[in-house]
Design a protein around this ligand. Structure first.
Ligand code: 3SL
Length: 233
């Protein structure tokens, strides 16, 4: 039987060999929710960058520049990190260069994996269906916050473990802990997360609408995948 594991912070990636795995990168609030939304609305590709200046430089190649630092849109960028910004008709077919505080860093740290896909509650069933059909072992990489563990990414990881429990086994405590947390939270994700660190951080930016949307399961049937350095469908 295949195995599933959960890396609770990108700073723990040295513990997880990825060459034989499908890695699911998750940053529920809000990077991977934005990416999922963008693809569901017809964006062509998203090239993730760890460094701000590398992302900014893509403007010269006619990329739409997007992302945030500490939750705020970067000065000079075209777009920030709200999923609602990626529903714009005008972005259909666009190539986006994207950098965020944690999400794109987690993608960079997953480099070398057999496959890298993007997970969020918005495409939860699409992701678990994809994983159920595959042959690889699975690692869910939680983006967390600057190396620290966060609740929303852990709960998403738990949802994946729970939904695949009949097909893919887990024999470590991180997937087990995530699965337990998910079963506690699943009936009221927003309520369960109301005192969590990043929800509080984002609440200061007055973006409750983003939080609610990012916690809504199964809005989109897309599985973005990294191909030659860019996410595509
Ligand atoms: O850290 C990230 O990648 C972001 O998603 C953080 S924020 O939600 O924009 O603050």
């Amino acid at each position: 039987m295949r195995a599933i594991d959960v890396c609770l912070s990108p700073d723990l990636m040295h513990l997880y060999p990825v060459q034989d795995k499908t890695v699911v990168v998750v940053d529920i609030l809000r990077a991977t929710s934005c990416m999922t939304t963008a693809f569901a609305h017809g964006i062509k590709s998203i090239t993730p960058f760890a460094k701000l200046e590398d992302c900014m430089a893509m403007k010269e190649q006619q990329y739409v520049t997007a992302g945030e630092r500490d939750g705020k849109k970067v000065e000079g960028f075209d777009l920030g990190n709200s999923p609602f910004e990626y529903m714009d008709e005008k972005l259909k077919g666009a190539k986006i260069a994207f950098t965020t505080t944690n999400g794109t860093q987690a993608i960079a740290k997953s480099e070398g994996a057999k496959e890298i896909i993007i997970g969020s509650f918005l495409n939860l069933s699409a992701v678990t269906d994809y994983l159920a059909r595959g042959d690889n072992n699975v690692l869910v990489v939680c983006a967390g916050w600057k190396g620290k563990v966060n609740l929303e990414d852990t709960i998403f990881a738990g949802a994946v473990v729970e939904m695949l429990k009949d097909q893919i086994h887990s024999d470590c405590d991180a997937p087990l802990a995530a699965q337990h947390l998910y079963t506690l939270a699943m009936d009221d994700l927003e309520g369960f997360l109301k005192n969590s660190s990043h929800v509080m951080r984002l609440a200061k930016l007055n973006i409750h609408k983003d939080i609610r949307f990012c916690l809504t399961p199964d809005q989109y049937n897309v599985v973005p995948m990294l191909k030659n350095g860019a996410l595509e469908l």
